[in-house]
Write a protein that binds this ligand. Structure first.
Ligand code: SF4
Length: 120
């Protein structure tokens, strides 16, 4: 083997080693995800410390609330969720409770078209 053949052999050997190294690097680890984080899928399982948070409700739940005319602030000052017969107060929560008509929190100052006087 003369110098030219040896040089060609070494060049060829480096090509194989480089290619094998590339395959090894490309095939290990997390495939580059650490540098390219994937978006977190949206779910209804997101929770919040805010007791009035409605982000866990489905689109259907929201439609149902809206169909009953629910508003977080009453347009009629003496008719609020707090003095409605259908209101269920939450233990320590002064801002929101729940309603027997639909899912999710309702504000104590809220209102819907099904308001029923608690005093009657
Ligand atoms: Fe509030 Fe309407 Fe439920 Fe009464 S029925 S608690 S007004 S959302």
């Amino acid at each position: 083997m003369d110098n030219c053949e040896r040089r060609a052999f070494i060049k060829q050997a480096f090509k194989y080693v480089s290619f094998a190294g590339f395959i090894t690097i490309a095939g290990c680890g997390d495939g580059g995800k650490a540098n390219n984080p994937q978006p977190i899928p949206e779910t209804n399982a997101i929770t919040s410390n805010d007791p009035c948070d409605i982000t866990a409700l489905t689109e259907q739940d929201i439609k149902h609330r809206n169909a009953l005319g629910y508003a977080e602030e009453t347009p009629i000052l003496d008719q609020t969720c707090d003095n409605c017969k259908l209101y269920i107060p939450e233990n320590d929560n002064k801002k929101c409770g729940t309603c027997t008509l639909f899912k999710g929190p309702v504000a104590i100052g809220g209102y819907c078209t099904y308001w029923a006087d608690k005093a009657v």
